[in-house]
Design a protein around this ligand. Structure first.
Ligand code: ZN
Length: 260
């Protein structure tokens, strides 16, 4: 069985979702972690997860694009939703200096508040980072040891990966690992090693080869596992078993969860 550790299932049309879930299960995916992105989907993700507790787990958080919207009211909603059934993490949160949809200071403030909330509540975090690693690393380093989580769809290369592993965090490997030009992602795989890797699709984005350019879905997480296996010279089965065990450990998912 496979776990897709990052899929935005709330971004499909309601009519598409049953097919997406069915194809995932048929492909051997027994668990999917669904991160929220901001005030507009916190409740939707929580409700979606609650309706599919056997297959889905969720994270609530405010994405860096939406960082400026993290006001007192949103903070209260976030804190309240942390106690909901199937909510296992805070995410996705982080920094994104590529789009800079929220000012840098707002992004840092929102990230730090949510990291502190994660440490208080004992939940792991799902981290997004783009062109912002320097700030991200120093913010994480000041909390290293007290923080659990995954740097999702990580592509920062060797030194950054070593730092992630030293801080006790996981790297999330996405379908980018199958892209011909993505040597940086394969370098992350080799540096992190199988003990520190989660696999993910980041659906509906980043469809892996041979589905590139299409709308991604959790069924295709298998292609990610295969590419990781190739890179580490391991059997696909071993990659699947170990990535699933890591996801269960990080998100404290029950034993049976993730078994189709
Ligand atoms: Zn995402």
């Amino acid at each position: 069985m496979l776990v897709d550790s990052h899929a935005h299932l709330n971004m499909y049309e309601p009519g598409e979702l049953p097919g997406v879930l069915e194809r995932a299960v048929l492909a051997g995916v027994g668990g999917i972690v669904v991160p929220a992105t901001g005030p507009d989907d916190l409740e939707a993700v929580t409700a979606l997860v609650r309706d599919h507790l056997e297959l889905l787990a969720g994270a609530v958080g405010v994405h860096p694009h939406e960082a400026s919207s993290l006001n007192g009211e949103v903070k209260e909603r976030l804190e309240r939703l942390l106690g909901s059934d199937g909510i296992v993490a805070i995410g996705e949160i982080g920094l994104d200096y590529h789009y800079m949809s929220s000012p840098r200071e707002d992004q840092i403030k929102a990230l730090e508040w949510q990291l502190d909330l994660a440490m208080e509540s004992g939940l792991p975090v799902i981290l997004h980072n783009r062109e912002s690693w320097e700030d991200m690393e120093s913010i994480l380093a000041s909390r290293a040891g007290a923080l659990h989580g995954v740097c999702h769809s990580f592509s920062e290369g060797e030194a950054a990966t070593r730092s992630v592993v030293e801080m006790g965090l996981y790297v999330g490997i996405s379908g980018m690992v199958t892209f011909r030009r993505a040597d940086n992602v394969r370098e992350v795989v080799r540096t992190a090693g199988m003990d520190r890797i989660l696999v993910e699709t980041d659906s509906p984005y980043l469809a892996p080869v041979p589905h590139r350019g299409r709308r991604n879905e959790p069924a295709w997480v298998r292609h990610v596992a295969e590419a990781v296996a190739l890179e580490l010279e391991l059997g696909v089965r071993e990659v699947v078993v170990r990535a699933t065990a890591s996801a269960r450990r990080l998100f404290r998912l029950p034993e049976g969860w993730g078994a189709v």
